[in-house]
Write a protein of this length. Structure first.
Ligand code: SAM
Length: 471
């Protein structure tokens, strides 16, 4: 909100000036409004900065603005009426709520009625549940929930459980049909199973996940095999590839703790043409995978773009650079996605945070210098043995921003184990799976290079050994 505005004759009005006029009794304020009656920006500025309204306030001039032609002025006038602790203007609000041509103004009118907390408004709010704008329905629900426990209100709200809008359905489900937790003998939110602590299993992740109890993992960060773009990732078809990922992330969902995160690093890939008379095919992996993830219950939270320097990526723009012929434009792909999802829950993030004691919360606080945008500029990392490894900085940010110290961090497609080593260095535990024995063996070589995969700490297990390690 700006601190100063301009009157219609170009003079400055400040927040303080409005406050002063308000305190002087509002004859002066009415005069200011009248002077600026044709300037909607000034009127909005005045209304927006009125702040608290004393009981003695003469509000007649606000009522006039309820039929002003500019919707922002009407919106702020309704909002201001909502602050007056009086039901004098109820009929006007009802009428605005059902008849104003702006949905934003109607929504504010329903909100103002709800905030009055008057039982007498229940019939109006009930009628508003039939509105065609789901945001207005949500405002009416909010107003009615104040009377939760009242038979009439409860039965009207419960009927919305099959509402066509997902936001409406989720509010009603949370309020009236919360999932009752069957006693799954799970451990406390912050705890982890000993047999998963700092373990790397050489096996197909799908076989390994079947052995893991539900709600075991705090955070999954992974880069799945690229569809048919590398030797270790050959699938009979794109559909089969998607089904494979669906299976992995379905099981990952089951083993993830309530309300915790999955972050998937992918990018569209190109499968090269088979000859000059054919074209190459581009597969939009993050966008296709998204559909499966939300369908199985993962709630979409954020898209983070990992941006690499142009010199580090394959040059595709060469041909275009020479000929400059439209349609043959092929930009260099300098980005990958980190799609962030959360396991569905009725609970807010605060609930997850409150599971930890103050000591852990303080020790896990993210230091200055954190990334404040969703574009992360990080150089890719090359490696002689593995062709697609995570840069440590990418893992560091994910681990620091999405987990607490002592948590269990999982990578189903472990590769060279970058996530495991980074998680360990940040005071977290890791659990990795990797199908290819050569990469599993490669991970072991890090034992001598640093102590993160220290023998005492890290267990390198075959699938059979892992099975036997589970009590
Ligand atoms: C993109 S790489 C991950 C690299 C890793 N992020 C790193 O920093 O080294 C994908 C890995 O998934 C492994 N992989 C493919 N299919 C698998 C499966 N079914 N189970 C476990 N690992 C698998 C591949 O062998 C490959 O090492």
């Amino acid at each position: 909100m700006e601190n100063i505005g301009f009157t219609s004759d170009g003079c400055l009005i400040s927040k303080e000036y409005i406050k002063e006029l308000k305190q002087n009794g509002n004859g002066d304020l009415t005069a200011l409004v009248n002077q600026n009656y044709t300037n909607s920006n000034s009127l909005v500025f005045i209304l927006e900065n009125l702040g608290y309204i004393p009981a003695s306030f003469d509000s007649r001039w606000i009522i006039d603005l309820l039929s002003y032609k500019n919707e922002n002025v009407r919106f702020w006038a309704v909002k201001t009426i909502g602050k007056l602790e009086t039901d004098e203007y109820l009929d006007r609000l009802y009428k605005i709520a059902s008849e104003d041509e702006s949905t934003k103004v109607r929504r504010e009118a329903v909100s103002a009625v709800g905030r009055m907390r008057e039982k007498g408004n229940i019939p109006f709010l009930k009628k508003t549940l039939l509105d065609s704008d789901p945001k207005i329905v949500c405002q009416a629900i909010r107003g009615l929930l104040i009377f939760k426990g009242d038979e009439v209100v409860d039965s009207a709200l419960k009927e919305l459980v099959d509402h066509e809008n997902e936001m409406v359905r989720s509010v009603i489900l949370k309020e009236y049909f919360p999932k009752t937790k069957i006693d799954k003998k799970t451990i406390h939110h912050t705890e982890i199973h000993q047999f998963l602590k700092n373990v790397i299993v050489n096996g197909d992740v799908r076989d390994v996940l079947k052995l893991i109890p539900e709600e075991s993992v705090h955070l999954t960060f992974t880069s799945p095999p690229y569809y048919n773009a590398r030797d270790y990732s050959i699938y009979p078809s794109y559909e089969a590839y998607m089904k494979f990922l669906e299976e992995v992330f379905y099981e990952t969902y089951r083993v993830t703790k309530e309300g915790r995160f999955l972050i998937v690093n992918t990018s569209p890939i190109i499968v090269p043409r088979i000859s000059r008379s054919h074209s190459s095919k581009r597969y939009p992996i993050p966008f296709d995978l998204h559909y499966y993830l939300v369908k199985m219950g993962w709630e979409f939270i954020d898209d983070i773009v990992w941006e690499k320097p142009e010199y580090s990526v394959k040059n595709r723009i060469g041909g275009f650079q020479q000929h400059r012929k439209p349609l043959a434009y092929k930009p260099n792909s300098v980005t990958e996605y980190l799609m962030v999802y959360r396991k569905q829950t009725d609970k807010l993030i605060d609930w997850n945070i409150h599971q930890y004691n103050d000591e852990i919360v303080n020790a896990s606080k993210v230091a200055d210098g954190y990334e404040s945008t969703n574009v992360w500029k990080i150089c890719p990392k090359s490696d002689k043995i593995h062709s697609a490894i995570f840069p440590v900085d990418l893992c560091r940010r994910v681990v620091e921003y999405y987990s607490y110290k002592g948590d269990l961090v999982f990578d189903p497609f472990g590769g060279s184990g970058t996530l495991g080593r980074t998680a360990k260095s940040l005071g977290r535990h890791f659990f990795l799976t990797e199908k290819e024995t050569k990469y599993f063996e490669y991970m072991k070589t890090f034992q001598s290079k640093d102590n993160l995969f220290d023998n005492d700490v890290t267990k390198f297990l075959t699938l059979e050994q892992f099975k036997n390690s589970i009590l």
